[in-house]
Design a protein around this ligand. Sequence first.
Ligand code: 46J
Length: 322
Amino acid sequence: QDGSATAVPSDGVEYLVSTSVGGQSLNLDFDTGSADLWVFSSELPSSDLSGHSYYTSSDSSTFQSLSGYTWDISYADGSGASGNVGTDTVVIGGTTVEGQAVELAEKVSSTFVSDAADGLVGLAFSSINTVSPTPQSTFFENAQSSLDSPLFAAYLPNNADGAYDFGYTDDSKYSGDITYTDVDSSNGFWEYPSTSYKVGSTTHSQSGYTGISDTGTTLILMGDSAVTAYYDQVSGSSYDSSQGGYVFDCSADLPTLSISIGGNYATIPASLLNFGTASGSSCFGSLQSVGSGTQNIYGDVFFNAFYGVFDASGPSFGFATV
Ligand SMILES: O=C([C@@H]1CCCNC1)N1CCCCC1
């Protein structure tokens, strides 16, 4: 069944969605850049559990263990988690999946201990699910047959409650038309060509680049040539290794950044490109380097400006102005 779940901004870093797993409520980070649904569990060291809600399989009458199944995930930011696997009933908004693979954490990296999330819901493609010996389907893949349309949408307005809609698009959350592009899911991501960008009104090509829509990443991460081209237009900006990225005076006049999604540009307003105070009068840029490779990562700052539609038929990705 179709449904919508509220996404609450947490520490300006992520949006959390209250989710029922075997009747137990957890605040989970929805991540369209990965495909594992994993939860803090009673199997973790108790010192890792402080400040977290966690799942206790023995308290769920509908839990079934998947004997001998394990999972182990490593994220681009160096964080990671691992453990064992079972199935249980997962309810998000008005959408229920019975028999959803739930990955119970036995170990989590320190970043997760100090982070507000009680786990993640991976919404990328199950080809990159880490469960061994058999990769498991995502909540969305399992829910698809019960939805009016095989799609979900992310509405993540800046510093305000948002939502994930399952099975329908909600035209009260965006204006104008939704512009769609074909998705190449061969790497397991919601990925599309992203071969040019604009800094203000100046167009630059980045041939061979792709982009992925990743609600689990906070910022906009692009190749070094694009990042350099952007901050060359911000007087006084510099890369500050102690802050871990490009900073500028908080009073700086920022250009807009337009990214190409398939054949269409999405223009991020200048206000969203100032992520906020780094230290003193210097502010941290919302655009930072993705490092090596030709895959840009369009995270929550993108979704602050655009309603994002993840459509399994195609598959395709669509965006519309928030
Ligand atoms: O690990 C990640 C991100 C980390 C933040 C949360 N989303 C997944 N990757 C991004 C996409 C390319 C592969 C690595």
